[in-house]
Write a protein that binds this ligand. Structure first.
Ligand code: ADE
Length: 271
C-alpha cells in the first residue's frame, strides 16, 4: 500500500521565509522522511517585466500596490502543469489563497485538506492580488483568523503545519492527534510531568492512582470545564452531540445519591 504523503507548492514573493519556517522540528523531520514535500515557487521569477516588477497601482485609486495578474498566473501554470506531468491525483490541484476574506481555517478543514496529494498555496502581499487572476486559478479562499497580516506566508505556514500533522507518519504518536484540542470540539485537559511536586504544587492525585478509567473521566471533565469557560460555543456543540454522556452521568449520580441515603438510613437504624 502507498504510504500517505502530500506535496505542498507555495507561490510566494518570499520563498526563504517559507523554507526557513518549515525546515525544523516535526515538519522538517517529515520532509526528511519524504512523507511531505514543500516546494516554493518565486512569483518574481515569472514576471515578464524588464525590472522584475510584480506590482502596480490599483485602478480607481486607493492606498498601496497590488500584485499583478501575469506573474501569478504564469507561476501557477508552470507548477500545475508540472504536477500533471509528474502524475498528480488526476484532477487539478486545489489552489488555496490565504486571505482575511476567506473561509475560517479550522481543524476539520485541516483533516480534509490532508487527503489531497498536491496542494498549491498562493500568498498575497501588498494590498492584495488582481481579482482577475484569483477568479481564474483559486479554488479555496482561506483565512486563519479575524486580523490582518502583512502577507500570506505566515498563514500558509500555519495551514501547512496543521495539515501535515494530520498525515499518517508525521507524528510519532498517532493517537495524540486524535486526543488533542478540537478533534471533538473540546479543548485539551491539563497535563503534568515530573516532578510530582514543583514549587509546592502537587500533581492532581487521580493521575497517580493508576486507575485508567477514573483518569479518563477526570480528563474529560477537565476538558469540559476549560472549554465551557474559554470557548462556550464549542462547549455547546459538544453538549448537543453528546446528550448520552450527561444522561449517563445523571444516572450515575442518582445511583450514588441513593446508595448514600441507604447507608445513612442503615447507620441511623443501627444506632
Ligand atoms: N493574509 C493577511 N491576513 C490574513 C489572515 N488573517 N488569514 C489568511 N491570510 C491572510
Amino acid at each position: 500500500m502507498d504510504r500517505e504523503s502530500i506535496n505542498f507548492h507555495v507561490l510566494t514573493l518570499f520563498p526563504d521565509m517559507i523554507r526557513q519556517g518549515l525546515d525544523t522540528s516535526i515538519i522538517g523531520r517529515a520532509v526528511q522522511k519524504g512523507i511531505i514535500s514543500v516546494e516554493t515557487i518565486d512569483i518574481r521569477d515569472y514576471t515578464v517585466s524588464k525590472h522584475k516588477k510584480v506590482d502596480d497601482y490599483p485602478y480607481g485609486g486607493g492606498a498601496g500596490m497590488l500584485m499583478q495578474a501575469q506573474p501569478v498566473y504564469d507561476a501557477w501554470k508552470s507548477v500545475s502543469e508540472r504536477i500533471d506531468r509528474e502524475g498528480g491525483s488526476g484532477k487539478a490541484a486545489r489552489v488555496i489563497y490565504t486571505t482575511p476574506k476567506g473561509k475560517p481555517f479550522v481543524q476539520a478543514m485541516a483533516g480534509e485538506l490532508a487527503k489531497e496529494k498536491d496542494l498549491i498555496f498562493l500568498c498575497g502581499h501588498y494590498e492584495g492580488i488582481d481579482e482577475r487572476v484569483l477568479e481564474e486559478i483559486v479554488t479555496d479562499y482561506v483565512s486563519i483568523g479575524d486580523y490582518v497580516l502583512t502577507g500570506g506566508e505566515l498563514p500558509a505556514m500555519v495551514m501547512i503545519d496543521a495539515i501535515s500533522r494530520m498525515v499518517s507518519g508525521v507524528l510519532n504518536n498517532e493517537e495524540s492527534k486524535e486526543r488533542e484540542s478540537f478533534s471533538n470540539y473540546l479543548l485539551e485537559y491539563p497535563q503534568y510531568s515530573r516532578p510530582e511536586i514543583w514549587q509546592g504544587k502537587s500533581v492532581p492525585p487521580i493521575l497517580l492512582s493508576g486507575d485508567h478509567q477514573k483518569i479518563e473521566e477526570w480528563r474529560l471533565e477537565k476538558s469540559l470545564e476549560v472549554t465551557k469557560q474559554i470557548r462556550p460555543e464549542l462547549y455547546e456543540k459538544w453538549v448537543n452531540e453528546n446528550q448520552a454522556y450527561f444522561e449517563k452521568k445523571a444516572r450515575r449520580e442518582e445511583r450514588k445519591r441513593k446508595n448514600e441515603q441507604r447507608k445513612a438510613r442503615k447507620n441511623s437504624s443501627s444506632d
